[in-house]
Structure formats: structure tokens, C-alpha cells
Design a protein around this ligand. Sequence first.
Ligand code: FAD
Length: 321
Amino acid sequence: MQITDIIDQALRSGRTRFAFELLPPLKGDGTAGVFGAIDPLMRFDPAYINVTYHREEVKYVGREGGLLEKHVVRRRPGTVGISAAIMKRYGVEAVPHLICGGQSRYDIEDALIDLDLLGVNNVLALRGDNLRGDRTFAPHPQGLSHASELVTQIAEMNRGHFIDGEVEECHHSQFCIGVAGYPEKHAESPNMETDMKWLKAKVDAGASYIVTQMSFDNRKILSFIERCREYGIGVPVIPGIKPFSTKAQLTLLPQTFHVDLPEELVREVERCDDNRQVREVGVEWAIRQGRELIEAGVPVLHFYTMGKTDNVVKIAEALFR
Ligand code: FAD
């Protein structure tokens, strides 16, 4: 089933659905950790499960004589495999993320072919972040610079066009494509207007819905949705909610995701004696955010779990039981 069908059903029934995002296992881990994170959430009838994609990292290993050996490694490969495994085990749609970073257009095409053969028909198309240590995003020499180009490649494949143009008569994939949106602006954008222009380019290229970067402020999420409509972006917008969970996130989240933390949330977290209390504050904040957004009629709430779902279970108890 396509995510847009699930969204349509949610909008028609007036029932906001629950979705969450997981990381693929670390290299060397099996499926147990991921399944262990999903199991307690299944009773809330998730609409679908997103699986993040992690690009390569450069690692140097010391060798005799002071030489350094360079390795290009991926610590969390397996996005395609675990997505198919989730669908097989739970019968729920998986939405693998696919990024431009570190891949040629041919690598991307191969990944799409694998997904299509596995019956995974939904993808979230992203540019991906810079290679760790790089100040700017450098595309693969035969790769793509922006998510809009990735959306175009996927949409072209849906139309039966492969990169080398060799295949003429073929089976057409039917990928439903989601993209990222930023209620508080993408860090590299000079301003919100420019960011919205490029967001529209992704939708015009073939994206059918938008998932937002985390925001802890519903006013910003709702005004972003309004802004999308003003810019002629009519596709559904799925708000992304991250349950706040450690004191260190007071600085880590703004630094990593370029989001502001509301003063009230900061005050509540600062009052906590330990991270167990912070986790409780985070759960309460997410429940409040979720309630308001459900009231505002959003079709799906997307929860960022970072692989740990105990707090999302508590939030889902309050919102989706
Ligand atoms: P783009 O849409 O390409 O935008 C990047 C920047 O370039 C923006 O400032 C935009 O305004 C600008 N821009 C866009 N198109 C053009 C153009 N044609 N010309 C000039 N400027 C342009 N990262 C991962 O590595 N793996 C994941 O699994 C992952 N999942 C994510 C899920 C969600 C819901 C979100 C919100 C983000 C996720 N990210 C993930 C992070 C994401 O890769 C980064 O935020 C990245 O910096 C931008 O990705 P994008 O797809 O928004 O890029």
C-alpha cells in the first residue's frame, strides 16, 4: 500500500495515525534489537515504519611503521534488508530512507531495483548530511546534489526510464515518494523563502507528501503547513515529533538539527535532577504536542525514536490507545 493511500484514509476517517522511525541495526547486530523496539508499539496499529539510511564514514587504522590504513565503512548498512524484514514479520508498510550522499546514480538505481523486487513501494528521498568532518555536502562524482534530483530519478524509474536508457519495455515500479521539510528552515538555506522554493521543487518533481524535521513548537509546525499552502504546495505534511530525553539534548538538538527549544521546555528540563525525570518531561511534552496536532487534523504523527521506544510507548498509550 502506498503511504498516500494511508494518508487519504486517515483524512477521510478523521483518525490521525501513528508512525515511527527506527535505525537499521549496527553492523554485526541481527534483527533482535529492531524487532525488540517495534514489538511493544504494534498494539498501537502503526500506519507504517520508517527506516533511516546511514552513509559511509572514513576510518583510519594504525599499521606498523606509523602507517595509517584508510577504510570507508558503513556502521549501519542494511536499510533495504531490514525494511523488507519488517514488512514480512509485521505485515506493516516500511518506508526506507534513501539518500544522495556517498552513492552514484547507478548505486541508487540498484537499491531501488532491490526495493521494488522486495515489494517495498515507499521511500523517503533525502540528500543526506555531509560526510563526517566535511564542512559542506560533496556529491558523489556520478551522484546527485539535492533531494529534488533523487525524486526525479525515482519518478523517472516509475515511468520506466533507467539511467543508461538501455531498457525499453519494462515493468514499472510504483514508488510513493516522501521528502523532508523544515518548519524552522534547513540550516543551509539563506532564508525561509528559498527553502520553500526548493521544497516546492521536490514536490513538483514527484514527491507526494512531506515529513517535517523535529520541532518542539506546534505554532511553528502549523505555520509551516500554512506556508506550504501559500507557496502552492498542496501535498500532506506529516509533523515529526521527537520525545526529549536527556539534559545533554538542550545543546545537542539545536546544534545537530538546528531547531529552537521553547523556553518552557528548557525550564522544565533544567529543573530535573536526572535523565529519568527528563525522559518524563519529554513524554509529557510530546503528548501535549501530539494532542494539539491531532486536534488540528494532521493525518499522521511521525515519531523520531533513535532506536529506543519505551518513551514512545507511553506517548502512544496516551494518544493512540
Ligand atoms: P535538500 O532538499 O536537497 O535540501 C538541502 C538544502 O539545499 C536546503 O537548504 C535546500 O533549501 C537547498 N536546496 C534544495 N534543492 C536545491 C537546489 N536544487 N539548488 C540549490 N539549493 C537547493 N539524513 C540521513 O543521512 N539519513 C536519513 O535517514 C535521514 N532521514 C531524515 C528524515 C527526515 C524526516 C528529515 C527531516 C531529515 C532526515 N535526514 C536524514 C537529514 C537530511 O538528510 C538533512 O537534513 C540534509 O541536510 C538535507 O536533506 P534534504 O533531503 O532536505 O535535502
